[in-house]
Design a protein around this ligand. Structure first.
Ligand code: BGC
Length: 716
């Protein structure tokens, strides 16, 4: 069961900055010249902000990124600095973390990232990235978490609490609606107020109000006509007033567009602007002039400086002796990276129980595919990691089983795409079928007892700054898989990818498919242990896997990536499974889905009452039992529906979940809870959340499409 650790050990929030510290902040501000104040509000290099030595204010050090601390970059250009002590622990990226459905792993990851950030003397880590997975094509889906706001919220809160407990500030990004990379720095996003409230805001709200995130990063795009970095509605009305955010709102790198407007709209810190003279940045000399000309009141500057100092205090920059100590790449860190990858893997199908493979009973394995030997940690742009090491699947399979089993490798397909920042047309030339490689693979497959094809994508596709052009498996992999499976039906496909790919061309052809994401530095070890059954898959899809792109909402309605730099989220609240379920579209694999090498039963679903008032919490219970022969974990998911409502509601919405670990034959009671207030919809006519009185249906299951039991409750 998850949750205990997270709730009980953490209290580092900005509210932890006490009244004495607030007094010190005001006293420091009183001692500053205007130039000194402004020096705290813009970068003085790629990732640093100047300190004020005479007042004991240290330089502020920021670093990417969400799944590892990025290697040191030169102060004044984007080249790596060539340090020898910056090889980091590399975790599996965002979608993999969400696929664990285990917030405790997110908390633990936060701690590791915090320790490594401190080792590198960093004060702010630029993550987590929590934008909604709106389209299967978004290039940064792999960095984000899910299509579901609740899953995002739970994972992000835990991650932030872990990270900040090590005196490093999180930066929740990208605020808001950076749901595509195409024209990310110019597109204007429109969505209804209801979609904003129900889908796109909750993750950020939880990150700030529950996770206590110290900093937020404003997205590149526009929202309802105004750049996110100078959007009064987002930054003043919602972030500051509604969420009570007291930390630092910074730009994404080069996402500032003005001085006065941005300053008045609540932006605190300008980073990454593309001007070599830092004094020319919007929040440098132009801000000083704006204050002198009376266009920006001094009080507004002071407010920003206070926000910066408050985050510095919260992360103990004024009490270094008392600050969390750093550590790099300890065995515990590496174990944490392994655990995340192990719990993330999703078993999509396993006909005839081909998996796990008993390596003591076979003589030979054919390992096929470019991803069997490819390393991925160092890809994806700003989230790329210089990993201390990265084990590939072939390396691990050889090491673990090579002494007794003949392991033959065939390339199968070649990575023909190329990625260049600023030009990713390489993706489009990646559909060539290489028959020579296929023939070689078929030969190797025929001679083997079992075949493992390790395919999927790489960071030419899952990358910042570009969206995927399609959802297909590139490089002729479908043909390869078909031909290999004809030659040897005992074929397992391992998919390495961080965003949805089309599997309709292979699901009928191979018995077993295991989705193991980008697995970070322990990727190969985890794949080998999953294949052998040392690890029992327990991951669940954090997004819907459509049969084809046109099934998914933004594409069905033709509003991705928009026209003439305008994109209107017409699908509204029907994002991900909310769309598929409500529109009765059968996806390839649903949200929340994933198999195990064992079996579970879920029984006895009850709620503590049948009738509730709007301020109540519903306490639900069920019993889950491992009815199979192996230890394993299942994720019990609770969904709610509002069958009669004055507005359209999604057919169902995730309201709580718990991951439960069970020995063979073991049973546990699972407790789940839902606040009645969380059954509300956002009522645009009243500009408020609304729980209409009446009946609600609560259902539990082990995926969004496999409900095993339901209870009807009434709200008065
Ligand atoms: C990305 C951010 C990242 C920043 C600094 C931007 O391009 O959008 O997520 O933190 O660069 O590298």
């Amino acid at each position: 069961m998850t949750g205990l650790l997270i709730g009980s050990t953490v209290k580092a929030q900005l509210s932890a900055v006490n009244s004495n510290q607030e007094k010190k902040i005001q006293s420091l501000i009183r001692q500053m010249t205007l130039a000194e104040k402004v020096s705290l509000l813009h970068g003085n290099s790629k990732f640093y902000v100047a300190g004020i030595g005479r007042l004991g204010i240290k330089e502020w050090a920021l670093s990417d990124g969400p799944h590892g601390v990025r290697a040191e970059i030169n102060r004044h250009d984007w080249a790596y600095a060539g340090w020898t002590n910056d090889s980091a622990t590399c975790f599996p990226p965002g979608t993999a973390l969400a696929a664990t459905w285990n917030p405790e792993l997110a908390y633990r990851r936060g701690i590791v990232l915090g320790e490594e950030a401190r080792f590198r003397k960093k004060d702010v880590l630029l993550g987590p990235g929590i934008n909604i997975i709106r389209s299967p094509l978004c290039g940064r889906n792999f960095e984000y978490l899910s299509e579901d706001p609740l899953l995002i919220s739970k994972m992000a809160v835990a991650y932030i609490k872990g990270l900040q407990s090590k005196d490093v500030a999180a930066s929740v990004k990208h605020w808001l609606a950076n749901n595509q990379e195409t024209h990310r720095d110019s597109v204007n996003v429109h969505m209804s107020e209801r979609a904003l409230r129900e889908i796109y805001l909750p993750g950020f709200k939880a990150a700030i109000t529950e996770g206590g995130a110290y900093t937020v990063m404003a997205a590149y795009n526009k929202f309802r006509g105004d750049w996110c970095s100078e959007n009064i509605y987002l930054n003043r009305d919602i972030l500051r007033k509604e969420f009570g955010f007291k930390g630092v709102l910074m730009t994404d790198w080069a996402a500032a567009h003005s001085t006065v407007k941005a300053a008045m709209a609540g932006l605190d810190l300008e980073m990454g602007t593309d001007k070599a003279d830092y004094n020319q940045w919007y929040f440098a000399d132009p801000l000083i002039s704006a204050v002198k000309e009376g266009k920006v009141p001094m009080a507004v500057v002071d407010e920003k400086v206070a926000n910066v100092l408050r985050v510095m205090m919260a992360t103990k920059m004024f009490e270094e002796n008392n600050r969390a100590k750093g550590a790099m790449n300890t065995p515990e860190h590496q174990q944490a990276a392994y655990n995340d990858a192990a719990e993330a893997a999703v078993l999509l199908q396993n006909e005839g129980h081909l998996l796990p493979i008993d390596f003591s009973k076979i003589k030979s394995v054919a390992v096929i595919g470019d991803n069997a030997t490819r390393k991925h940690c160092n890809g994806g742009l700003s989230s790329e990691i210089k990993a201390l090491y990265e084990i590939t699947p072939l390396e691990a399979i050889r090491k673990k089983f090579g002494a007794n089993v003949q392991i033959n490798f065939a390339q199968g397909y070649e990575k023909t795409s190329t990625f260049k920042e600023g030009n990713n047309t390489g993706q489009l030339t990646a559909d060539k079928v290489d028959w020579k490689l296929i023939d070689e693979a078929v030969k190797v497959a025929k001679a083997a007892d079992v075949v493992v094809i390790v395919g999927g994508l790489n960071h030419d596709f899952d990358t910042e700054s570009f969206d995927k052009q399609h959802m297909d498996l590139p490089y002729g992999q479908e043909v390869l898989i078909r031909e290999v499976a004809k030659a040897n039906p005992k074929t397992v496909v391992v998919i390495i990818a961080g965003s949805p790919v089309k599997l309709s061309g292979i699901v009928q052809r191979v018995p077993a498919i295991l989705w193991s994401w980008y697995g970070g530095m322990e990727a190969g070890n985890v794949v080998a242990d999953l294949l052998s059954g040392k690890v029992n898959p327990s991951g669940k899809l954090p997004f819907t896997l459509p049969v084809s792109l046109d099934q998914s909402p933004a594409h069905a309605l033709g509003n991705f990536p928009g026209r003439e730099l305008e994109v209107n989220y017409e699908e509204d609240i029907l994002v991900g499974y909310r769309w598929f379920d409500t529109k009765k579209i059968t996806p390839q694999f649903p949200f929340g889905y994933g198999l195990s090498y064992t079996e579970f039963s879920i029984d006895g679903f009850t709620t503590n009452r049948k009738q509730y008032n709007s301020g109540d919490t519903i306490f639900a219970k069920c019993t889950i039992k491992n009815t199979g022969a192996r230890a394993g974990a299942e994720v019990v998911q609770l969904y709610a529906s509002d069958p009669v409502c004055t507005v359209l509601r999604p057919e169902k919405e995730l309201k709580d979940f718990a991951k439960v670990y069970l020995q063979p034959g073991e049973a546990k009671t699972v407790e789940l809870k839902v606040k009645v207030a969380d059954l509300a919809f956002y009522d645009e006519s009243r500009k408020a959340w609304n729980v209409e009185a009446g009946d609600f249906l609560l259902q539990i299951g082990n995926s969004s499409r496999n409900m095993v039991s339901s209870v009807s409750i009434a709200v008065k």
